[in-house]
Structure formats: C-alpha cells, structure tokens
Design a protein. Structure first.
Ligand code: URA
Length: 435
C-alpha cells in the first residue's frame, strides 16, 4: 500500500477500506508515514468526509493503537461521561457521585486542563492529599467497593490520537467531524464503559459554534458508539456563557459540593447532571425510564448519599474527606476583589473563553502541559445572562494570589460582559438531546 494512493482516493471523494485505515494508523504511529502525508490526508478528510463505516474503522484502529482498559473485574453497569470541553465545567464532580449513589459503577479516566478549559483531575487535586495516579489494582478495588474512582489518563491510551491531534492542531484540521468523532470515541471506547453519555458544548466558548454543528457531532459520536456495541446518548448544551458560577479549580469544587449538598438553587449545572444521569441510569437498566432516573438522582442529594460518595472517593484516593463537609479546608486565595459593572443594563452575553483566560491569567490554568497551576485562584460570577445589573454593582469576585493580579483580572472580567439596554431572553440551556 502507498500513502499517496490513499490521499488521492480521499481527495477524489472515494471511501477508504478497513485494511487501508488500519495500515495507515499503524504506519503513522510507527513513524513510517511522515507528518506531511498524514496532514494531506486529514485535509482531504476535512473536505470529503467519511461514512460511518470509515469513521468506525478509524476509531477502532486508533483505539487499538494503545492499551485498552478491561473493566471486567468491575461488577455491575459501568457508565462513563464525556464533555467536549467548556469553561466552568464541573459536571463530572456532581454527576459521578450522584450516579454512583444510584448503583452505577464509574471508573473514569479524566484529563488535566489546558488553555482556557479546566480538567477534572486538576480540580480533584484541590482536596488536600488527593492522588490521581493510583494503581490499576486500587482503581478497580475502589470502584467495586465505593462505585466511583477518577484517575488521570495513562500515557499508553490511544497514542495514535495523541500524535494525530497534535498534527491537526497545527494544520487547520481540528474542525472535521469524522476526525473529532474518532478522536473522542477512540479514547472513550478504550476506557471500557458499557454506557457512554456525551455532553456536546455549543456556542462561543466551545469549538462547535452553532447548534447544527453540535448536533452533527452529537449524532456522529452516538452512532459510532452504538456501532461499537456501547449504549450511547448525547446532550447538546449552551456554552455562550460559563457553566454555573465558578471558574477556577478549588472554586469549582466548592460549587460542585454546594450543588451536591443541596445548598444552591436548582440551576443549569444540576439540570445538566440530571439529564446526563438519567440517560446513564436508564440506558444501564438501573432505572425504569428517564423520569424514574431523575427521581432517583434527586433523592441522592436529599438524603446526602451523593455527597457521601464524593467523600468516600476522596478518602479512597488518599485525600482529606473532611473538605467535602467543610469547604474552608479547600485551598483559598489570599486576595478577593469585587468587579463593579461600568454601566447599568441586562447581561446579554458573557464571553466564556475570555472568562477562562481570566482564570488562566490569575494562574489557575496552564499555558503548556508542563506549567504549574494555582488551585485557589479564579472567578466567581454573580451575574449571568438575562440578569439585571446596576452601574457599580458587582459582576463577580476575583480570587487572586496578589492585589496586582486581582486588579488586572478585574479589568479583564469587565470586558467579558456585554450589556443590553433592553431585557434579554435567555436561550434554552439544553439545546437538544440525541437518544
Ligand atoms: N476533543 C478531542 O478529544 N478530540 C478532538 O478532535 C476534539 C476535541
């Protein structure tokens, strides 16, 4: 086989065979196919697309390029969740304990934050002593005993995706649905769950900017998941403003705990967790239907069992579980500063990506994979889209390590807000579901 022939085939709109796709991924990981040829193929895929069988072949070839997790030592229904990445997205911290409290088994591999988006692994490290790099044996033991473990991704999962994603990032080939689907699903399938739910973000803070693109991606992801023999559903959610109120690691953990403890009003974060969780439980046969699942999930907040699951997981991963019940034990910034609105009006838009960058400016995010982060810093928004704000009233609170950084971040946060003189009708948060 010759890579030039495969590039020409795809350039001319033909389909690639299973053997061709397997050969190409194997050759690329082995270093036998150079980056320039793989870039050309990615660009041809971006323009010509792939059918479902090709996407499945690509996904499976990428999945088999590295280790896959065999979850058979875990008893029960294994469920997993994936988000395409957003700002203030602490969904896993709320959802996983709730679903585990309903009897599902969550053996979750999560990533660290990069750029303006955060990662669950960094957030969990806000619990003093928490270890994300536990052994496989302990990981399985914890899931069997507690129902829940969240560990860092190992380097051995999907090396083809690591290499290909880095190449796509510098060749303008990230926004290709077949390439995104195979990238996400190869990792999710490698993680071994029977039930996979996907949260596809849509809007200015997401890489799918329109509802049509997000739906196409959500349908592609669930189709490939089902073709691979897993139970799959997806939710398309708004990322035209950050999710919830807090952006920053320990601040997001505190918000998640407040939701699990039933201390906050039922907002979008809880609604998202109830929707994703109801798919996980009903697809996994742990609830009669989605309505029954929602009732079971809500009960885990009312009876404290979801919070108990979080505390048990923190303890089993060597963290201090007291922080779950007393959030003053989480890392806290030395300086806080309110951010006054410069004008009166209604909040029309909050640029999510820029709020993520404010947190990054404060030291809460990474510019490169190697950067150290400050878990305590970030932003807690007080005004969200649709809210009325008066001039001088606080838009949010900056949590910083020094006064200079707090002042700079305050000026940046003001710029994230767009106000309107007329009342603003908030668009629905859940833009669609794919069952
Ligand atoms: N996230 C991934 O893991 N892969 C992509 O291609 C895009 C987003």
């Amino acid at each position: 086989m010759r890579m030039t022939d495969l590039i020409a085939k795809k350039r001319d709109g033909e389909r690639l065979t299973t053997e061709e796709i397997q050969w190409m991924i194997r050759g690329y990981v082995a270093g036998e196919i150079p980056d320039y040829q793989m870039s050309a193929l990615c660009m041809a895929i971006l323009f010509r697309g792939m059918d479902d069988a090709e996407i499945l072949d690509l996904t499976m070839s990428m999945m088999h390029s590295g280790e896959t997790l065999d979850l058979s030592p875990i008893r029960g229904v294994k469920a997993d969740k994936h988000s395409t990445g957003g700002v203030g997205d602490k969904t896993s911290l709320v959802l996983c304990p709730m679903v585990a409290a309903c009897g599902a088994k969550i053996a979750k591999m999560s990533g660290r934050g990069l750029g303006h988006t955060g990662g669950t692994i960094d957030k969990l490290e806000s619990f003093p002593g928490f270890v994300t790099g536990i052994s496989e044996e302990r990981f399985f033991e914890n899931v069997n005993r507690i129902g829940l473990a969240i560990a860092g991704q190992t380097a051995e999962v999907c090396p083809a995706d690591k290499k290909l994603y880095a190449l796509r990032d510098v060749t303008g080939t990230v926004p290709s649905i077949p390439l995104i689907v195979s990238s996400i699903m190869s990792k999710k399938l490698a993680a071994g769950a029977d039930v996979i739910v996907l949260d596809v973000k849509c809007g200015s803070g997401a890489f799918m900017k329109t509802a049509e693109q997000a739906r196409e991606l959500a349908e592609g992801l669930t189709r490939v998941g089902r073709l691979a023999g897993r139970k799959c559903a997806a939710v398309i959610t708004d990322m035209d403003e950050p999710l919830g109120f807090a952006v920053g690691n320990a601040l997001e953990v505190k918000e998640a705990i407040d939701v699990l403890a039933g201390r906050t009003e039922a907002g979008e974060l809880l609604e998202l967790c109830l929707t994703l969780g109801s798919f996980m439980l009903s697809l996994g046969g742990l609830a009669a239907d989605e309505e029954d699942a929602r009732a079971k999930l809500k009960a885990t907040i009312a009876d404290g069992s979801a919070l108990g699951k979080l505390a048990a997981m923190v303890e089993a991963q060597y963290g201090d579980p007291r922080a779950v019940y007393d959030t003053s034990l989480l890392p806290a910034a030395s300086v806080t500063r309110e951010v006054p609105s410069e004008a009166s009006g209604y909040v029309a838009h909050i640029e999510a990506e820029d709020v993520g960058l404010v947190s990054m400016h404060l030291g809460g995010g990474r510019a490169t994979k190697e950067s150290a982060i400050d878990l305590a810093v970030g932003v807690v928004l007080k005004k969200k889209v649709g809210d009325r704000v008066e001039a001088g009233e606080s838009l949010g609170t900056i949590h910083a390590s020094d006064a200079q950084k707090a002042a700079e971040a305050a000026a940046l946060l003001q710029k994230c807000y767009t106000l309107s003189a007329a009342p603003v009708e908030k668009a629905p948060f859940i833009k669609g579901v794919v069952r």
